[in-house]
Ligand binder design. Structure first.
Ligand code: MN3
Length: 205
C-alpha cells in the first residue's frame, strides 16, 4: 500500500513564492493520483506488500512494469520534494554540508548556478536533485519519474521541474521558479539530515 502523507506544512505556508493554489493542485490532485494509480496497479501483484523504495528499485528493472515504476516513483519523489521545501526556507546550508558543497562545487554560488542550470536544462518533465554519489556531491537531472534510487545515489534534496509544479505561479518561467526555490523555500535542514544519515535519506519520503 502506497501512502499519501499530508503536506508537512499548511497550504499557504510557502506563499507568496509557491502559492496555496499550486500546493492544493500539486498535492491533492497530482500527488494523490500517483498514489491512487500506483495502488491500483500493485494490487494482487508481487509489489503489493513491499516498501515503496523497493517497489521503485524492483519495477525499474522490469520494462513491463513501467507504469508501476512511474506511479510509485512519482509518489516517492513528491513526498521527498515537500520536505525539500519549508516556510522561511531559502539561503545557504550550514555545517558539514556547507563545507562539502564548498569542497565539491567550489562555492555555494557555483552549486546554485549548476543546480539551476541542470533544472532549467532538463528537457520536458523531470526533477533536479542534489545527491551523494560515491562520497561526492553531485547534481542529477532525471526525466519524468526517474530518481536517484535507480542510479544508486543518495538523494539529499530535490526540485520538481514538471510544469504543474510552477505554472500557476511562474507560467513558463522555469528559471525564475528554480531561483525562488533556492532563495526562498529550500529546506537545507532536510538536506543536512540526509547528508548526515544517508540510510535514512532513502526512507525520508
Ligand atoms: Mn509534481
Amino acid at each position: 500500500m502506497i501512502e499519501l502523507p499530508p503536506l508537512p506544512y499548511a497550504k499557504d505556508a510557502l506563499a507568496p513564492h509557491i502559492s496555496a493554489d499550486t500546493l492544493s493542485f500539486h498535492h491533492d490532485k497530482h500527488h494523490k493520483t500517483y498514489v491512487d494509480t500506483g495502488n491500483k496497479l500493485i494490487e494482487g501483484t508481487e509489489y503489493e506488500k513491499l516498501p515503496l523504495e523497493e517497489i521503485i528499485t524492483r519495477s525499474a528493472k522490469n520494462p513491463e512494469h513501467k507504469k508501476i515504476f512511474n506511479n510509485a516513483a512519482q509518489a516517492w519523489n513528491h513526498t521527498f520534494y515537500w520536505h525539500s521545501m519549508a516556510p522561511n526556507g531559502g539561503g545557504e546550508p550550514t555545517g558539514k554540508l556547507a563545507e562539502k558543497i564548498k569542497a565539491d562545487f567550489g562555492s555555494y554560488e557555483k552549486f546554485a548556478e549548476a543546480f539551476k542550470a541542470a533544472g532549467a536544462g532538463q528537457f520536458g518533465s523531470g526533477w533536479v536533485w542534489l545527491t551523494l554519489a560515491g562520497g561526492k556531491l553531485k547534481i542529477l537531472a532525471t526525466a519524468n519519474a526517474d530518481n536517484p534510487l535507480t542510479h544508486g545515489e543518495v538523494p539529499l534534496l530535490t526540485s520538481d521541474v514538471w510544469e504543474h509544479a510552477y505554472y500557476l505561479d511562474f507560467q513558463n518561467r522555469r528559471p525564475d521558479y528554480l531561483a525562488t526555490f533556492l532563495d526562498k523555500v529550500v529546506n537545507w535542514k532536510f538536506a543536512e539530515q540526509n547528508f548526515a544519515n544517508p540510510e535514512n535519506a532513502i526512507k525520508a519520503a
